[in-house]
Ligand binder design. Structure first.
Ligand code: SAM
Length: 279
């Protein structure tokens, strides 16, 4: 077996210097240098060989090296044109690497060959919106991604896995757990990044469910959860006053706060409303 990129390329730190890259706040750049961490992320993601891996924001390419050395084909979308020459030079050394200079927020990932999975250390400024956008696609097509493994700020990652009656529980928890098996794989201390962020990070993994217990329209779930959590401190009947008539069938106690209602009951409510008033 030939030596991998970690063995043949200069260190990531040296490559930053060589290409004159200084981390930019605007693009949420906190870089990883440590192969132990990036190899650990790739192992934990457990993406089957033969799956096309999509990376958002490769930066100077530490995680990219680990993905390529593990044998995956990788397409990576990077917005920062200052970093792009480094990625183009990496692609000259490894033909399985396809860097694209493009804003991931404006990218249709359905154009990448399937089966496909995301493995990325996401830019914090757009991380939540990217994940929510992918979940919306998964709603329409569960085979859109086989898995999504992303590093986010710990508090942000926890919103997707939170259980009822916790401060992080909300709209993202309901959407993610309805459509996917959602778990936090491990935390990553802030000391391993350059520059060092203020908070701890965590690796979130989402695996789309093959079967869903409920199948209400996405827009209705989004509307109901927005109205409910807009009044987080009040009883659920305040935020969802137009739907109170369906609470009994859905098994919802009108006196509870939105954060005390389990995921399934929101979905049952949406399905009950939808069956009664077909769109
Ligand atoms: N993956 C690298 C690592 O772990 O060292 C860099 C991670 S850094 C947190 C986020 C990366 O996403 C940066 O390289 C940044 O330029 C890039 N980025 C920010 N916004 C982006 C967007 N909208 N589309 C694509 N890349 C973006």
């Amino acid at each position: 077996m030939s030596a991998g990129l970690w063995e043949t390329l200069p260190s990531v730190r040296d490559m930053l210097a060589q290409y004159g890259i200084t981390p930019s706040k605007k693009f949420g750049q906190n870089f990883l240098f440590d192969r132990n961490i990036t190899d650990k992320i790739v192992r934990a993601a457990s993406v089957p060989v033969g799956t096309h891996v999509i990376e958002v924001g490769p930066g100077p390419g530490a995680l990219t090296r680990s993905l390529l050395d593990a044998g995956y084909d990788v397409t990576a979308f990077e917005i920062d044109r200052n970093i792009f020459p480094l990625l183009e030079d990496m692609a000259k050394k490894e033909s399985r690497f396809h860097p694209v200079l493009q804003d991931a927020m404006k990218t249709d990932l359905a154009a990448i060959p399937a089966p496909r999975a995301v493995v990325a250390n996401l830019p914090y400024n757009v991380g939540t919106n990217l994940v929510i956008g992918w979940l919306q696609k998964i709603h329409a097509d569960p085979s859109f991604m086989t898995s999504i493994t992303v590093m986010l700020q710990k508090e942000v990652a926890e919103r997707f896995t939170a259980q009822p009656r916790t401060p992080e529980y909300g709209r993202a928890s309901i959407l993610a757990q309805w459509l996917c098996h959602a778990e936090i794989l491990f935390e990553v201390p802030k000391e391993v990044f350059f520059p060092q962020p203020k908070v701890t990070s965590a690796i979130l993994r989402l695996i789309p469910r093959k079967e869903r217990a409920y199948n209400p329209p996405l827009k209705l779930v989004e509307d109901i959860t927005r109205d409910a959590f807009n009044q987080r401190r009040k009883m659920i009947k305040a935020g969802l006053k137009n739907h109170v008539g369906y609470f009994e069938v859905a098994g919802i106690d009108a006196q509870l706060r939105p954060e005390a209602i389990p995921v399934d009951l929101y979905l049952k409510l949406a399905e009950t409303v939808s069956n009664d008033k077909p769109a």
